[in-house]
Design a protein around this ligand. Structure first.
Ligand SMILES: [Zn+2]
Ligand SMILES: [Zn+2]
Length: 391
């Protein structure tokens, strides 16, 4: 492990910031106090700070030398609607909300890097520090982009980092291509004609149509997508009927699909629409299909070659060759950093959080970011900036 002395000296500060953020979690687009805390810190480090993109987003700018190169580093600030089960002193003070995905740690590591880079300025070019809202299901990254993020802060490339509990503490995992899956939800309302259960021929049975449709949807992955392209389609809700002896007028189906290829993502959506319409037509019932009615669909998180090579170089410089997994299996989870990677080449890396006392995964009510890795993550950001903006 190679971490500059000055970064190690920031460890206590970063731990304090991280635990403060953990204690006062805020959810999507309501990160007012979080944004203020972060902006105040950045200003105290001497950075130029902009607020308000994506409602609560914070962007800080730091330049050194006279190069035109520009790199963007991104952390997320939002918490989840989960009731914390931890009992330590800095446990959530906001009922029903908690940092169960480690975004408190992401913000603290990027703050640490900003402090170090501002003090040392061992690079030539401009660094944009992006603190985004609403990563969890509400596409805060896309909101910042729609509000002009990359027009106001025209980065050449953008980098993200997420803690991962399955990876040993302070290790990294990164590869080019797909790191995380796309994410979409869908809702199908099947409307038939209600009738007495003893006289089905006098109505149009939406339940039987729904049963056929559920089975048909399972053929999308097995029959219509290249077996070499991983994908999953799951029906997660069925709502219909309220008594024993009547066939209801309608059935509501809900589900989700995920894959690692944006073309496959579109194919799955098209096939859901086609099958729902065709199956329902065959049964004389009607289908209404909505995609992502309550959430934002996320594209595939796709790392570009060149930027992944730079990220790998920085990770190896910090953690050593043996502690950087260069061929991790991609995760079926999803990440709205994918929107930034659609705009700019870049790379999303995982940093190991190690296994916790309860061995819990992200989004678990016992989750806690591992403060021991704060200097490792900050050192990665610093090394990345010094590598990308080296001349
Ligand atoms: Zn999460
Ligand atoms: Zn997360």
């Amino acid at each position: 492990m190679s971490i500059a002395n000055d970064i190690s000296q920031l460890h206590a500060g970063m731990r304090q910031w991280r635990q403060h953020l953990h204690q006062f979690p805020e959810t999507a687009f309501e990160e007012m106090e979080t944004a203020k805390f972060i902006a105040d810190k950045l200003m105290s480090f001497g950075l130029e700070v902009h607020q308000g993109l994506g409602k609560t987003g914070v962007v800080a700018t730091l330049s050194a030398g006279n190069s035109n190169k520009k790199i963007a580093l991104r952390a997320d600030m939002d918490a989840l609607f989960i009731k914390e089960q931890n009992t330590f002193v800095y446990k959530s003070s906001h009922h029903g909300k908690m940092h169960a995905c480690g975004h408190d740690g992401h913000s603290a590591m990027l703050l640490g890097a900003a402090k170090y880079l501002s003090d040392n300025r061992n690079f030539k070019g401009t660094v944009y520090f992006i603190f985004q809202p609403a990563e969890e299901g509400r596409a805060g990254a896309r909101q910042m982009i729609d509000d002009g993020l990359f027009k106001q802060f025209p980065a050449d490339c953008v980098f993200g980092m997420h803690n991962f509990p399955d990876i040993p503490p302070g290790h990294f995992a990164v590869k080019s291509g797909a790191m995380m899956a796309s994410f979409d939800c869908f809702e199908i309302t099947i409307t038939g004609q209600a009738t007495h259960a003893a006289m089905p021929h006098l109505g149009n049975d939406a339940i039987v149509a729904a049963a056929q449709l559920i089975n048909s949807l399972q053929t999308i992955v097995s029959r219509m997508i290249d077996p070499a392209d991983p994908a999953v389609v799951s029906i997660t809700q069925i709502h219909a009927g309220n008594t024993w002896n009547a066939i209801p007028e309608s059935v509501l189906l809900r589900g989700t699909f995920r894959c690692f290829n944006n073309v496959v993502q579109k194919t799955i959506a098209d096939k859901i629409t086609q099958l729902a319409n065709a199956v329902c037509e065959g049964f004389g019932v009607n289908a209404t299909i909505l995609f992502n009615p309550e959430n934002a669909g996320y594209p595939v998180t796709f790392n570009s070659e060149t930027e992944t090579a730079l990220a790998r170089k920085a990770a190896i410089a910090v953690a050593g060759d043996a502690c950087v997994n260069q061929q991790p299996a991609p995760s079926m989870g999803s990440e709205d950093f994918a929107f930034m990677l659609q705009e700019k080449p870049g790379c999303y890396i995982w940093i190991g959080n190690g296994s916790s006392e309860n061995n819990c995964l992200l989004h678990n009510p016992h989750y806690d970011f591992n403060d021991d890795i704060l200097p490792v993550g900050a050192a990665y950001w610093v090394k990345l900036v010094e590598t990308v903006l080296s001349e």
